[in-house]
Design a protein around this ligand. Structure first.
Ligand SMILES: C[S@@+](CC[C@H](N)C(=O)[O-])C[C@H]1O[C@@H](n2cnc3c(N)ncnc32)[C@H](O)[C@@H]1O
Length: 243
């Protein structure tokens, strides 16, 4: 029995002869199937961006990662750390951290981004490549993490369930005493990027979402200038998990 015949049987069973109700349900179901078939998944959305553009054409590409390194350098005894980069993209930061000798877990929802990054970095035994939606539970066989660095990823999660999933991953992955650097679009930043809506952050919301087990070390507003000259106000905040 097809979808429409099942729907008809369903409405008859409930003695719903109201044609407009039937039509509305039928249109919603058809729309659902259409959207499922033709709307790209988030995965596809990001893959096509990384397939079609080179790094300098990406609105978030940062060749000089001094601003992020400035915050990383505030972390004491960081030399032997494992660093988790959610949504690593093709970031120069990953290459810098690799050159500095860190062990890395490089995550992204886009396989294409990870392939590009691996082609720049080279195959090695200090990096775990993790193709995964960071709002979904992480695999439980990952090594423990001492530093979590997110630049321009968390702000793409817009529904509460996804944001909660992200923070519970972060809290689970991080070792006691570990550090978290969040660099997201600030409250007066743009409301969209890469064709997607954003959830912008204040320091209060970051602090609140991390909860009482995290101590704020330092935060600042920073305006990033993208490759086409656009100004993007970010908020950078470094936290330490209290033992
Ligand atoms: C604006 S880019 C930032 C990339 C990199 N962090 C940087 O600073 O250059 C956002 C990145 O997050 C990834 N991303 C988006 N949503 C994600 C999700 N739910 N899970 C994991 N990665 C995601 C995208 O594929 C993309 O690489």
């Amino acid at each position: 029995m097809g979808v429409h015949s099942r729907l008809f049987a369903f409405s008859s069973a409930f003695k719903t002869s109201d044609f407009s109700t039937f039509t509305a349900i039928s249109v919603s179901i058809s729309l659902f199937h259409y959207l499922r078939a033709y709307m790209p998944s988030l995965n596809d959305h990001w893959d096509s961006i990384f397939s079609e553009k080179n790094d300098e054409q990406l609105g978030w590409y940062e060749k000089d990662v001094t601003q992020t390194l400035k915050f990383i350098h505030m972390i004491p005894d960081r030399e032997n750390s494992t660093v988790f980069l959610p949504g690593a993209g093709t970031s120069q930061l990953a290459l810098n951290l690799f050159a500095d000798g860190y062990k890395l877990i490089l995550n992204d929802i886009s396989k294409k981004a990870l392939e590009k990054l691996e082609s720049h970095m080279g195959t090695n035994d200090r990096t775990i490549w993790l193709h995964h939606d960071i709002s979904k539970p992480l695999p439980d066989n990952l090594p423990s993490v001492q530093i979590w660095i997110d630049r321009a990823v968390l702000h793409f999660l817009t529904d509460e369930k996804a944001i909660d999933g992200y923070f519970s991953n972060l809290k689970q992955a991080l070792d006691p005493g570990g550090h978290v650097l969040l660099a997201e679009f600030s409250s007066h930043g743009a409301s969209q990027c890469a064709g997607l809506d954003l959830h912008r952050y204040s320091i209060e919301e970051m602090t609140d979402r991390l909860g009482p087990d995290f101590q704020l070390i330092r935060h600042e507003e920073y305006t990033y200038t993208n490759p086409s000259g656009g100004k993007r106000p970010y908020i950078y905040a470094l936290f330490k998990q209290i033992l």
